[in-house]
Design a protein around this ligand. Sequence first.
Ligand code: A3P
Length: 275
Amino acid sequence: MELDYHPELRDLTIRRPQLKLLEDVPSPDWVVDNWETVKNFQAKPDDLLIATYPKAGSTWMQEIVDLISQNGIELIEKMAFPRVIKTHLPIQLVPKSFWEQDCKAIIVARNAKDSLVSYFHFHRTCHLVPEPGAWREFFQRFMNGKVSRGSWYDHVKGWWEAKDKHRILFLFYEDIKENPRREILKVAEFMEKVLEEDVIEKIVHLSSFKVMKDNPMANYTTVPMDIMDQNISRFMRKGEVGDWKNHFTVSQNEDFDEHYERQMGHSSLKFRNVL
Ligand code: A3P
């Protein structure tokens, strides 16, 4: 279940959205125009929020959480409770009721360069975001925080700063790639679930890129072509760490690093080196 996906969207003719400001965060007009509904969302205490900047692996985490809830069994009908609610909202825009109800939240953060590359390809494919334009233009807009959902830098720093104020588990995409079993166990512990060894193995297997890529429940192939044209680029595209090297020029990399240092240098949030 996606927090800021409005049900009426299904009935609308799909056209690329305009970006509008939600407070100061550029967001698709279909989010902004339905904002009152999202803002007034009534969370329940056992709701579990998965929050990420786009392309950090939210679908991956959703699959892991679903598999943990269901003891490694894939059910066609998702269980009703606990509700797992996915969002790309920055911390300051999350409906207040989540914190009033002291809900738990899992955050997945992915290094900026791979997030940028993945987001570019997603824009080429998905009509729920504006046209990406050329790579070099998108690259600049991402650095300036002028893309849908705003600044990657503010988003990850905001959630990082909130992690000790709420019941938040903060994970990194690169860590899940490195050792999925270790990170899955962290999620299970956070969800207060004890898993048998064979169930853990099943979850590691079913949530691997290879299996999810061919799983229609996870690879978005059930989404109509006029919303997501996967002939252009698959949703489950590469699932790798360091793909940015195939896209950044040397001078783009220098500009990016310099800008990154200015945005992130003072933060205690450190991403691993993805060279
Ligand atoms: P790439 O475009 O780099 O391949 P989100 O679900 O938040 O939109 O993130 C999508 C990104 O997560 C895509 O990255 C996708 O391939 C990657 N992803 C999804 N499932 C994955 C998995 N099981 N293992 C590794 N990466 C995965």
